[in-house]
Write a protein that binds this ligand. Structure first.
Ligand SMILES: Cc1cc2nc3c(=O)[nH]c(=O)nc-3n(C[C@H](O)[C@H](O)[C@H](O)COP(=O)(O)OP(=O)(O)OC[C@H]3O[C@@H](n4cnc5c(N)ncnc54)[C@H](O)[C@@H]3O)c2cc1C
Length: 345
């Protein structure tokens, strides 16, 4: 049996960052990942870093977002890891008058609290990001926002963790955990068994099943996301572009539909509804095959339409680079150059 101080399960951004900083503070750390590092959400996301500055009175969200930017700066600028990190600002596209009115209010509130954000009309937004389409009414512009390559970021954190003495073991799927009488944990993987005095579950949506091994109820569910990808193309979009639509939905329907199953194919926002309902434990996700491409639902077609309207270069056509793949996050391992949109369910 291998002995370790702290055992971290999961080789995504949460696990590798935890391992890195625990090791840096002198702890004996072992990280177990069932497949490769950054194999799941942490390697397949859009790499957007949202931030609005510290504000007059830093609270949790500004501390996390601005603190995270500092981590990226340290990794790339001070420690020499190429993360493709660029703090070039990020944009949230406004598509309707209702969203525009919401954006005006949001900007007023953020500025009053000392944050940095700007409401741009369509023309000014296109001067910052020419790839934006003419039908966009405007954008919220976050000058602190940025982006990074998620796979390179996870690998950099893992390599830094190793440099500080952590052991990183891929292809070690945890299949059993037991809490021992002496307070330590026994962790079983097919290649080896480990004993650790502390355990960190950083397994994303798999935390639920790992928690169950310890008798814990962790209400996190894996649900299908949507990701549209293009074939490899030269860079043409230079900012992360989000949609204000989701932001408005969350604002209007906080923790909505806490009971009952969510809609799945309407023009509403079932993706966020699913998350909130699942988080309250009142919704059981339907069984589905994992790791398989899906047929587009009405919502996915709507997302595709809106992405193409936001950035017409994504639309099918002789000069476009059409969105060509619809994948669940866990299956999207084909070589693609650009993640154009996602809706995380
Ligand atoms: C399409 C998409 C786009 C996104 N875009 C953004 C964005 O632009 N900006 C942003 O900030 N966030 C974004 N996110 C969210 C972000 O990717 C996640 O919040 C983050 O990656 C979660 O990291 P994690 O380490 O908690 O989980 P994961 O990345 O899921 O890592 C968990 C790891 O645990 C491993 N594991 C599971 N079970 C076991 C086991 N039994 N034994 C060993 N290992 C196990 C898994 O293999 C996996 O590697 C996006 C997410 C998706 C899906």
């Amino acid at each position: 049996m291998h002995q370790t101080g702290i055992l971290v399960i999961g080789g995504g951004i949460a696990g590798t960052a935890t391992a890195c900083y625990l090791a840096q503070y002198g702890h004996q750390v072992t990280l177990l990942e069932q497949s490769e590092l950054a194999a799941e959400a942490s390697g397949l996301n859009a790499g957007t870093l949202w931030a609005t500055g510290w504000g007059h009175t830093p609270e949790l969200s500004s501390t996390l977002s601005m603190g995270s930017l500092e981590v990226f700066k340290t990794l790339q600028l001070d420690l020499g890891h190429d993360l493709e990190f660029r703090q070039g600002g990020s944009l949230q596209a406004i598509q309707t008058e209702e969203e525009y009115a919401f954006a005006q209010q949001a900007v007023r509130e953020l500025l009053a609290r000392g944050h940095q954000v700007e409401l741009l009309d369509g023309r000014d937004a296109r001067s910052i990001e020419p790839a934006l389409g003419p039908r966009i009414l405007g954008c919220l512009y976050y000058p602190h926002g940025g982006s990074a390559n998620p796979v390179k970021t996870v690998r950099a954190l893992a390599s830094l963790a190793q440099k500080h003495g952590a052991t990183i073991l891929t292809h070690h799927k945890v299949t059993g955990i037991a809490h021992l009488d002496d307070g330590a944990y026994q962790i079983i993987t097919p290649p080896a068994t480990f004993k650790a005095s502390a355990l960190v579950l950083a397994a994303g949506p798999w935390c639920r099943s790992l928690g169950a091994m310890l008798g814990l109820s962790i209400p996190v569910y894996a649900v299908r996301g949507q990701m549209w990808a293009t074939a490899p193309v030269p860079p043409s979009i230079y900012h992360s572009i989000g949609a204000l639509e989701s932001h408005l939905y969350w604002h209007t329907h906080p923790y909505s539909r806490a009971s009952g199953s969510p809609a799945t194919s309407t023009g509403g926002r079932p993706a966020t509804v699913k998350s909130s309902s699942a988080a309250t434990g009142n919704w059981t996700p339907p069984k589905r095959p994992t790791g398989t491409a899906s047929r587009p639902t009405a919502l996915m077609r709507l997302n595709s339409f809106q992405s193409c309207r936001t950035s017409p270069s994504l639309a099918p056509g002789p000069v476009g680079c059409p969105l060509h793949a619809i994948c669940t996050p866990s299956s999207a391992r084909s070589p693609t150059s650009k993640i154009s949109t996602y809706s995380q369910a």
